[in-house]
Ligand binder design. Structure first.
Ligand code: SRM
Ligand code: SF4
Length: 562
């Protein structure tokens, strides 16, 4: 369909009409939230609340029981914070944990985009939770919805002397692309009400229609690709000469959401369109989002992400339109290379002699297991108030900027609570799963609840074939939307039905090549049988230093290709 035929007012999707009719994302959210007759909210407000960082959900495992008792489903809300670059203070962590214990299910969830979520917040607790965030200097504005989401940035301070300078861009970009509406303060923080006869606040980027779909920006510093830069709508690859930061290579149009059986939907890796000097980078992000705002598909939400706009109009056309608005051209992309994606677990010392500790948090769930007490350890460490907290895109947490004199105190707490990086295999440390059941309404199979058990079985196979020391990127999601970025895993499982997954193999180790479908549907036994056979071949035939993903790709998808 040509651009002229697209987005005629009569063909716009219902969500488009909800956005433009919402008076700056207000709709009837305040009224709906104060209706104590139901734990749920109406359809329009269900869409609007996303822009405020929250999803209306229900506990799917309790649906039958609730229906039997003639009760409405067990509705509650998930709230996702906006934490650009994943950084908060120890005091903020303590406040968040307290708020999660009081208003939510007590388990903070570190997400794949360097932020945290609360689950199970019932309606009456929504405002008090948002007020807690505000008192801590935090918010959930634009953590979800058709806007720029939490901006990611590589967390490892050892990557370059200019790490801090690059990392600060996450915050700057997030601020520059934040919606201008006062609805958040008005609804959640008892802020002044916009009089009914007044129009919503002007918003040069989002106007009254916002973006056609969610929009994501992530920064990485080579040689580390920890945020999967090619999965982002805008992926920024920091370029410097080793000492000085110069700017970013810009990749656009990454995105992973897809629907089983709908070939018009697909995961796509971002395309590098050039280099932008650092002083023009924020403006470039703003204009890329603005061009997507004007050209994106607003009729079919399954075709609305930037990746489809690019494939429909062509990368060169899109880039030209951005350059026209910027008034300058992107420079030729600069050389860079990636060597890894996983977090650097354990202790690191940076060039300023500060210490940093990366803690493994399986599937990002901050809870206490009998011999591995993440929740208690993080609370006790935060009480010392001698480090910052930085969430990683691999669902782990770094304790950052620690002086030598405090390192021993932290070590004692880690050891007392059983936290050690020697307890997990490299494959477990690098594994990711999405939330999926029971809260995600789109889940077709298990995600985070299944990953620990599945990884144990993969580890057993690795042991059997003498591959225990090899990290193999393993990612599971409960559906093809790809929240755990499984399309760039060496072993990717994508939920199709309870206990059944699409098995994808052959992604590379650094996230530059997507994996391919090896089985359209397989249960655990079939998947393990396939891996057993492949591990045997890998153990005896792999070239020196060859990753499992490269080996599997060559064997299964390339060797016999014509
Ligand atoms: Fe996601 C929808 C959880 C990262 C692609 N994602 C959802 C929802 C909100 C389900 C829904 O729409 O009702 C999930 C909430 C589950 C729950 O109960 O909490 C959900 N996504 C997550 C998180 C929490 C997974 C995790 O375990 O960490 C991640 C939160 C990130 C954040 O802090 O902002 C999360 N989601 C991602 C990523 C990875 C990334 O961004 O790096 C992707 C793939 C990249 C991309 O965007 O293409 C991703 N989520 C999706 C999609 C597919 C979008 C599409 O283009 O089709 C959906 C469905 C949708 O938007 O319609 C989705
Ligand atoms: Fe839910 Fe699917 Fe995302 Fe998993 S990948 S959290 S099942 S939307």
């Amino acid at each position: 369909m040509s651009q002229d035929e697209l987005n005629k007012p009569e063909n716009l999707s219902p969500v488009e009409k909800m956005k433009t009719g919402s008076r700056g994302l207000r709709a009837n959210l305040a009224e709906e939230m104060s209706n104590s007759l139901t734990g749920n909210i109406n359809e329009t407000e269900t869409q609007m609340i996303k822009f405020h960082g929250s999803y209306a959900q229900d506990d799917r495992s309790r649906r039958e029981e609730r229906e039997r008792k003639k009760l409405e489903w067990a509705y509650s809300f998930m709230i996702r914070l906006r934490i650009p670059g994943g950084d908060i203070t120890a005091k903020q962590w303590l406040g968040l944990q307290k708020s999660c214990d009081t208003h939510a299910n007590g388990t903070i969830k570190i997400t794949t985009r360097q932020t945290v979520q609360f689950h199970g917040v019932v309606k009456a607790h929504m405002k008090p939770t948002m007020k807690d965030f505000d008192a801590l200097g935090l918010d959930s504005i634009a953590a979800c919805g058709d806007v720029n989401r939490n901006v990611m940035s590589g967390g490892n301070p050892l990557l370059a002397p200019y790490h801090a300078e690059v990392h600060a861009y996450a915050d700057k970009i997030s601020e520059a692309l934040l919606p201008k509406t006062g609805a958040f303060k008005e609804i959640w923080l008892d802020g002044e009400k916009l009089p009914q006869d007044q129009p919503a606040e002007e918003d040069p980027l989002y106007q009254d229609r916002y973006l056609p779909r969610k929009f994501k920006i992530g920064i990485v510093i080579p040689p580390h690709n920890e945020n999967d830069v090619f999965s982002q709508d805008i992926g920024l690859i920091a370029i410097g000469d080793g000492k000085t930061f110069e700017g970013f290579n810009v990749a656009i149009g990454g995105g992973f959401g897809a629907t089983h059986g709908n070939s018009k939907t697909y995961p796509r890796l971002g395309t590098i369109i050039g280099f932008v000097p650092k002083d023009k980078a924020i403006e470039a992000c703003w204009q890329i989002a603005a061009v997507q705002r004007d050209y994106g598909n607003r009729e079919d939400r399954r075709q609305a992400r930037l990746k489809y706009t690019l494939d429909r109009l062509g990368v060169e056309f899109f880039k030209g339109e951005v350059e026209k608005r910027l008034g300058f051209k992107f420079e030729e992309a600069r050389p860079y290379s990636f060597t890894h994606r996983g977090d650097a677990f354990g202790w690191l010392q940076d060039h300023k002699n500060k210490w940093h500790y990366t803690m493994f948090v399986e599937t990002g769930l901050v809870k206490d297991l009998e011999d591995y007490k993440v929740k208690t350890a993080l609370k006790e460490i935060a009480e010392l108030d001698c480090c910052g907290f930085r969430f990683t895109g691999n669902q782990n947490v770094m304790l950052i900027d620690i002086d030598k004199k405090n390192k021993t105190k932290i070590e004692k707490i880690l050891s007392k609570n059983g936290i050690s990086t020697d307890k997990q295999s490299k494959t477990r440390q690098e594994a990711i799963a999405c939330v999926a059941l029971p809260t995600c309404s789109l889940a077709l199979a298990e995600g985070q609840r299944y990953l620990p058990e599945f990884v144990s079985k993969v580890e057993a196979l690795q042991d059997k074939h003498g591959l225990s020391d090899k990290p193999i990127t393993t990612r599971i999601t409960g559906c093809p939307n790809g929240c755990g970025r499984p399309y760039v895993a060496e072993i990717g499982l994508i939920g199709k039905a309870p206990g059944k997954y699409v098995l994808r193999l052959g992604g590379d180790y650094v996230g530059k090549r997507m994996n391919s479908v090896y089985r359209e549907e397989a249960d655990e036994a079939e998947i393990l049988e396939i891996l057993d056979d492949l591990f045997a071949k890998y153990a005896s035939n792999a070239k020196d230093g060859e990753s499992f993903g490269d080996f599997a790709n060559e064997l299964l998808f390339t060797q016999y290709a014509i």
